[in-house]
Ligand binder design. Structure first.
Ligand SMILES: [Zn+2]
Length: 345
């Protein structure tokens, strides 16, 4: 089969498009998806560079997000049948630990991700547990489904499950060019929240306004925390959605008002941050982490998409054979929305 692979970690020059991989067979309880589309996430760039504690077996298939058609099912599969159109949930859990039993699969003690710990979606076929696929209606294209899943799942858990955003909230979202940030904005808007977004590009801020952003700030030219304090009469925002980490953390906390909630799902700029504990208790902040989502959240976001809500902006589409160009676009931060890889028609 055709696939975008790596044999060692590093930059985009390590990516190899291959046509000689064998097609995986579905074991009991798993399904094989013939992928039509996949989508990139920042995660893929990190997986390419190499993550601590993860060793790959060359040729390693990259990719977390994907959508396609069920092509073959393993023994004991009852929830899905051959020919079903599906979106793939990239989070793999053992379904036996206490967290899984409690329905919190993304807290699984053996949580893994497609493309990082298991062969990924930048290939003609992927095998996943039957719980990791959910049907999508004919009205949703494979490109849209692939682009939506990880971003909507991650953002849903951050905004709804963790921060419980409502119409009373002002929400600050960093880096509105990214997929998770845009999903967070869409979800916050459906709850009636007032949404503040940042970007280093005025053009991206204009596009975000057109998509419903209430307040925009160029973080390259403006001190975000100070600006928010000024525009809110010193009150600050109720919720901050931060996936940038080191370079935004202190500004996030300047922007965060009393009783505020900060949710982080990543540290793309660096991992170690500083928090003044006196401000934490005095302001009665809640600082939260969030990773991917559980089975119930996967079902919810996939059904929301199927009903015509939470559709992602697609920035660009590349054929699988040009996957390296897709990675370069992501690594350079040029995109506004999701970068999609088309695998087959
Ligand atoms: Zn588990």
């Amino acid at each position: 089969m055709r696939a975008l692979t790596i044999s060692s970690h590093g930059g985009t020059d390590k990516l190899e498009f291959r046509t000689d991989l064998s097609i995986p067979e579905p074991a009991a309880g798993t399904v094989r998806v013939r992928l039509h589309a996949a989508a990139l996430n920042h995660l893929d760039v990190f997986a390419l560079a190499g993550l601590p504690g993860i060793t790959i077996q060359p040729p390693w298939v990259m990719g977390a997000d994907g959508a396609g058609v069920i092509d073959k099912i393993g023994d004991g599969v009852t929830s899905i049948k051959e020919g079903d159109r599906v979106a793939v949930n990239p989070g793999l859990s053992d379904r036996t630990c206490d967290y899984c039993k409690a329905g919190e699969q993304s807290l699984c003690v053996r949580f893994r991700l497609l493309g990082e710990h298991a062969p990924g979606t930048f290939a003609e076929y992927v095998v996943v547990p039957q719980e990791n696929v959910r049907r999508i209606p004919d009205s949703i294209s494979f490109e849209t489904a692939a682009a939506a899943t990880l971003a909507n799942l991650t953002a849903w858990r951050m905004l709804i499950t963790r921060a419980n955003v409502s119409a009373d909230d002002d929400v600050l979202i960093w880096g509105i060019g990214g997929g998770v940030a845009q999903a967070a904005m869409r979800i916050a808007k459906t709850r009636g929240a007032r949404v503040w977004v940042t970007s280093g590009s005025d053009e991206k801020l204009e596009r975000a306004k057109a998509l419903g952003a209430d307040e925009v700030i160029n973080h390259r030219t403006t001190s975000v925390g100070k600006e928010i304090r000024a525009r809110t009469g010193k009150r600050g925002v109720n919720v901050v959605i931060d996936s940038v980490g080191q370079s935004t953390w202190s500004e996030s906390l300047i922007a965060l008002g009393r009783g505020g909630r900060l949710v982080t799902c990543g540290g793309t700029s660096g991992a170690i941050v500083q928090t003044d504990v006196r401000r934490l208790f005095w302001n009665q902040w809640t600082l939260m982490g969030s990773t991917m989502g559980n089975d119930a959240e996967f079902a919810t976001v996939t059904d929301e998409l199927g009903e015509g809500r939470l559709a992602p902006v697609i920035d660009s589409t590349f054929p699988l054979s040009d996957g390296r160009k897709a990675f370069e676009r992501m690594a350079n931060g040029e995109q506004f929305g999701k970068i999609v890889i088309r695998i087959s028609e």
